[in-house]
Design a binder for this molecule. Structure first.
Ligand code: GAP
Length: 533
């Protein structure tokens, strides 16, 4: 997240997260997991609309990335982009995670609160002392919002202990300062100050014990990323398919991280889904492929409706780069301005040049050769043909969060409108909207329900695999339109008295609320065009 230290001064993203969450619950997009038992922190269930929205986003990714190979465009080598899928296990041999560095290094620095016994991420504790403060105190608070900032300051007003230098005040994360030295920290729920311990490393992987013998030696992990399931199958894919470098392997699936402080609705969850591509190329070509993927992934999100100022591409500074990316072409994030990050942005997808780090690690740990033989490279032999070259491919990794993608699409679509009955409508791009169309008989008589059902059946046959075709004959037509506005259904087709006379139906457009008439037999073609088919 960009600049979490700054208290929110949102002027651009004015949507209320509370309102968005209320609509998600009211309309069945997202529910708290285990809600009837009081919930469980960091876990979320998707309701009927949310599950379909999530499927549509996953399908769009799968279609554009895997089936069409980046929508059929050529890569920087002028050839079609080749991507093949895998579907690997959530639980693998624990040696996978030793090789990948997750056992030793997938940690968050954490602090405990001695008073409340709660645990927080140290890098979420921020300095709230300001340069020029009368007494120059340094304080800490949790959460990037005005309320927790104000509460922390209030609590601390009576504890002004020592004057800090401007340099100390400039340093924000608590991890950069010793708590012992500071003495003044604020846990969000503690009554006292100075109750937080020194930061300590906490591994984010969930562990489990497969099989009946419950001892530490049998410990395995739930995968914290889908990526490693791709790396460990690199050789299998090369040996069993006709792919040749450059090519990519794609996978979608659940990942699990025991996040210390899950927060911001589904943004930071403990169970979430990723859509990852590991693209293997010759080291000399990595920069060109990195630029290609970075630009295409940004364009892809824009085409799904995240256009405008709420979406940015941010190249990482060198001091932010992960260990594997340090030697590479770089790392960039596609970031969205969520209501809870505004005026800053939160990561949606990272595009990283991972070099040959992962293949090299797995080669060393498994003692299995991961090198690739490329017959098109190497010195030219006497017969005029290349001798071929063995090398460890470099990897460009576009890694997207499906749940974060859904959340961004929901936040972007949420459009308050006091002039309509629902007070709000969800302006989803028709391609990902969970309901593709609704069919309404104006009244429940005079043959209208039968005619409407005829149209419903036609539309279900043609479009039902892409999303729901709603049929509703209850309540006033205004109420039915309002319900569809909140669900984000782009088009409603109403059968009325004129339909029975001249065969036309009313089309109501969600975004403009305009109504027009078209012949009923043209509805499938009309909808196909609007859905971009
Ligand atoms: N294989 C690389 C990797 O996993 P990451 O930046 O840690 O990189 C990739 O994760 C994406 O997964 C992020 O951009 C984000 O969209 C999503 N993600 C990561 N942690 C998440 C969490 N706790 N809850 C929801 N989504 C998460």
């Amino acid at each position: 997240m960009t600049d979490p230290a700054a208290p929110s001064t949102d002027t651009v993203q004015t949507k209320s997260m509370d309102d968005i969450m209320a609509l998600c619950k009211r309309r069945g997009f997202i529910f708290q997991a285990s809600e009837i038992y009081g919930g469980i922190q960091g876990f979320w269930d998707y309701g009927p609309l949310g599950a379909q929205l999530k499927k549509n986003l996953r399908d769009a990714w799968w279609n554009d990335v895997v089936m069409l190979g980046c929508n059929g465009q050529n890569g920087p080598d002028g050839k079609p982009v080749r991507i093949v899928p895998v579907d690997s296990c959530i639980i693998q041999n624990p040696k996978v995670w030793e090789a990948s560095g997750h056992v030793a290094g997938f940690n968050d620095p954490m602090v405990d609160c001695r008073e409340t016994k709660s645990r927080y991420r140290a890098d979420h504790l921020m300095c709230i002392g300001e340069k020029g403060d009368k007494e120059g105190q340094i304080y800490a608070y949790i959460e990037n919002d005005d309320a927790s900032y104000a509460a922390a300051r209030k609590k601390l007003d009576k504890y002004k202990k020592r004057t800090l230098t401007d340099d100390e005040i400039d340093t924000c994360p608590l991890t950069d300062l010793s708590v012992d030295e500071l003495k003044i920290t604020v846990g969000p729920d503690a009554k006292e100050v100075g109750t937080l311990t020194e930061p300590r490393a906490f591994n984010l992987m969930f562990d489990t014990i497969p099989g009946p013998i419950r001892n530490e030696d049998n410990k395995a992990y739930l995968r914290p990323e889908t990526a490693q399931g791709i790396f460990i199958n690199f050789k299998n894919v090369v040996d069993t398919t006709r792919v040749s470098v450059p090519f990519g392997i794609a996978q979608t699936g659940k990942a699990f991280r025991n996040e210390v402080t899950p927060r911001n609705f589904t943004f930071r969850s403990r169970e979430f889904e990723q859509m990852e591509i590991e693209f293997f190329c010759h080291p000399d070509d990595a920069r060109a492929w990195y630029a290609f993927w970075r630009d295409w992934r940004m364009q892809w999100w824009q085409e799904l409706g995240l256009a405008g100022d709420n979406l940015i591409m941010r190249e990482h500074d060198t001091d932010e780069l992960a260990h594997y990316a340090k030697e590479g072409a770089g790392t960039a994030d596609v970031e969205y301005r969520f209501p809870f990050t505004a005026p800053g942005y939160g990561e949606l997808e990272g595009i990283a040049h991972r070099t040959d780090f992962d293949l090299k690690q797995h080669q060393q740990h498994s003692k299995k050769k991961m090198e690739y033989f490329d017959p098109s490279r190497g010195e030219i032999a006497k017969n005029g043909q290349p001798k071929g070259e063995w090398y460890l491919p470099h990897v460009i990794e576009p890694s997207a969060g499906l749940d974060r993608g859904v959340l961004a699409l929901i936040c972007e679509a949420y459009t308050p409108d006091p002039d309509r009955a629902s007070g709000v409508f969800m302006k989803f791009h028709p391609r990902i909207s969970p309901i593709k169309a609704a069919v309404f008989p104006l009244v429940k008589k005079d043959g209208m329900p039968e005619k409407a059902d005829e149209l419903r059946r036609t539309l279900v046959k043609k479009f039902g695999h892409l999303g729901a075709i709603e049929f509703d004959e209850k309540q006033s037509i205004g109420k039915r339109y309002a319900r569809m506005d909140e669900a984000g259904c782009p088009f409603c087709f109403t059968i009325d008295g004129d339909t029975l006379n001249d065969g036309t139906v009313t089309v109501r457009d969600r975004d403009t609320q305009e109504q027009s008439r078209i012949p009923m037999e043209e509805v499938p073609a009309f909808l196909a065009e609007k859905l971009g088919l």
